[in-house]
Design a protein around this ligand. Structure first.
Ligand SMILES: NC(=O)C1=CN([C@@H]2O[C@H](COP(=O)(O)OP(=O)(O)OC[C@H]3O[C@@H](n4cnc5c(N)ncnc54)[C@H](O)[C@@H]3O)[C@@H](O)[C@H]2O)[C@@H](O)CC1
Ligand SMILES: Nc1ncnc2c1ncn2[C@@H]1O[C@H](COP(=O)(O)OP(=O)(O)O)[C@@H](O)[C@H]1O
Ligand SMILES: [K+]
Length: 479
């Protein structure tokens, strides 16, 4: 499990740990990890040039101490001091190691460095960059019109300027890193969009914080977590004990969505798949998936993918069964908040909106959702009193109690028509096996992204390729 903590949680844990250690020991651990990560990126020390952009706080202190270590190894290190008052010990260490420093006077370098280290601000930073910091960054790590850069940027702890606890980007400038070296635990911005791409690759340095950290509200499941949650048929299993998933999706207008939702549901994880809906879709489903049967009892429903104006009726019919369900696409438009069965009892559900659909659910603009995904996913989970899977490059699975699981699997090629239908069927199948909605949504989303990676191999895919690859991903997890 990759855990992401907030600034306040990190500060409390750091205070508890620091009280057991000599002064400055924590910063030394952080700076040493940072320096070795930079050395790795440089591929050597002699003849390499590193510039440190240094702000007023401990983040700048980390950069200066790491710079001292790099200078002792033979790297040419120059610190650009963006504040009158930078970390004094760090600056003394850099100078003693032979590193140079200068203030920012608006003039850039004669020759660009190999790496720029962003020690402008860390978890104590306010969003955005001051004009001096933005100008120094542009001078030392210039970008062309396409955003390409000849210089690699390494962020200390977080890319300066991003909102650490929310994953939001500021209105103004922020650092865009190739590598972020963070300490003790991940921060929310490392996982959550739109901030996470600004971090580049994220490298975690162990500084001994672990025992002092509380359970994280924001986590990302890893392969071993998913493997542990996967349903496995017992020796005495039969198709009904493994769970039956029903699919009410597709329509005369969008028959393919019905087929794709069935393809996701027919991943082999549940014992049986039923299709209920448009007769022309049913014929095509039977042709493509001879194992799929019609009306009968189910342990879960997937409703709405590619639906038409009958999606509301399909949703009501599914809710009446009072089994867990996935509510996708068209069916989302017919939901009441909170999600309840007709008799008012709560029904375990997973809503699977993309940003546009989540915006409609909450009566806000799509751009607002995209800018503040964590907050809106949580708000929807609370308002609908159910698990919400907000789909995107890093999908979020939000629980009404505030916990969030971020899914980091899946290539950009997964942004292809019908991929969401496959996901809805897959999560429905996992619900049928007995996983609770929070686990089913997180496991389904992880498998879906991993299957896309497996099918893509770095190239284009279509939605049915993703469904076809789920079995292979499950097999490799179980091996
Ligand atoms: N908390 C921890 O566990 C550890 C923290 N360390 C480092 O300490 C950092 C936190 O240090 P600090 O609390 O000193 O805070 P920061 O270094 O993140 O920044 C705070 C300073 O920057 C100024 N500032 C705030 N926003 C600004 C902006 N937008 N532009 C320019 N200046 C701005 C503030 O006035 C303050 O002086 C962490 O990110 C990490 O790099 C590590 O040394 C070791 C372990
Ligand atoms: N840029 C991206 N990178 C990775 N995965 C993505 C990206 N954009 C979308 N996805 C994933 O692709 C799927 C698209 O689903 P959806 O938006 O419902 O499309 P459709 O309705 O065409 O099926 C979701 O699982 C989503 O998480
Ligand atoms: K930083």
């Amino acid at each position: 499990m990759r855990a992401a903590h907030t600034e306040a949680q990190v500060r409390d844990a750091e205070a508890a740990l620091a009280s057991t250690l000599a002064d400055g020991a924590l910063m030394q651990r952080a700076a040493t990890g940072l320096a070795y990560a930079v050395l790795g990126l440089l591929g050597g020390a002699y003849g390499r040039r590193v510039v440190l952009l240094v702000g007023s706080g401990a983040n700048g202190g980390d950069a200066l101490h790491a710079g001292a270590l790099l200078a002792r190894r033979g790297v040419a290190v120059e610190a650009v001091l963006l504040s009158e008052a930078v970390h004094a010990e760090g600056l003394a260490a850099l100078r003693a190691a032979g590193g140079r420093d200068r203030g920012w006077d608006g003039t850039g370098p004669r020759r660009l460095p190999d790496v720029v280290v962003d020690g402008i601000v860390g978890i104590g930073g306010r969003p955005g960059l001051k004009p001096d910091a933005a100008a120094a960054l542009a001078a030392y790590a210039p970008e062309d019109d396409t955003g390409a850069r000849p210089v690699q940027v390494v962020a200390v702890d977080v890319p300066s300027g991003v909102e650490v606890d929310t994953g939001r980007l500021p209105d103004g400038a922020h650092v865009r890193a190739d590598l972020t070296v963070t300490f003790g635990t991940h921060k929310v911005a490392h996982l959550v969009d739109p901030a996470s791409p600004a971090c580049g690759a994220v490298h975690l340095v162990d500084i001994g914080l672990g025992p002092h950290l509380p359970p994280a509200d924001v986590v990302a499941l890893q392969a071993d977590d998913v493997a542990a949650l996967l349903p496995r048929p017992g020796r005495a299993a039969h198709k009904y004990t493994r769970g039956v998933v029903g699919v009410r999706a597709g329509s005369g207008r969008y028959p393919g969505a019905g087929l794709l939702a069935v393809a996701g549901a027919a991943s082999g994880l549940a014992g049986m798949v039923r299709y209920v809906g448009d007769p022309t879709v049913l014929d095509r489903v039977r042709e493509a998936h001879p194992e799929v049967v019609g009306v009968g009892r189910v342990q879960s429903w997937t409703v709405g993918s590619g639906g038409d104006n009958r999606a509301g009726a399909a949703l009501r019919a599914a809710l009446a069964d009072e089994v867990p369900l996935v509510v996708d696409a068209e069916a989302l438009r017919h939901l009441d908040a909170p999600v309840r069965a007709e008799d008012g009892s709560s029904v375990p559900a997973v809503l699977t909106p993309h940003a546009g659909e989540l915006a409609s659910l909450l009566g806000v603009e799509r751009a607002d959702v995209e800018a503040d995904q964590l907050a809106y996913a949580r708000r929807a989970a609370q308002r609908y009193d159910t698990v919400v899977l907000l789909k995107g490059p890093h999908s979020l699975v939000a629980h009404p109690d505030g916990r969030v699981r971020v899914n980091t699997t899946g290539p950009s090629w997964l942004a292809t028509a019908g991929a969401g239908d496959v996901l809805a069927g897959l999560v429905g199948a996992l619900l049928a096996t007995g996983l609770d909605p929070f686990d089913a949504a997180a496991v389904g989303s992880w498998l879906h992204g991993a299957a896309a990676t497996y099918a893509s191999q770095g190239g284009p895919i279509v939605a049915s390729d993703v469904a076809d690859a789920v079995g292979e991903v499950v097999r490799s997890l179980l091996a």
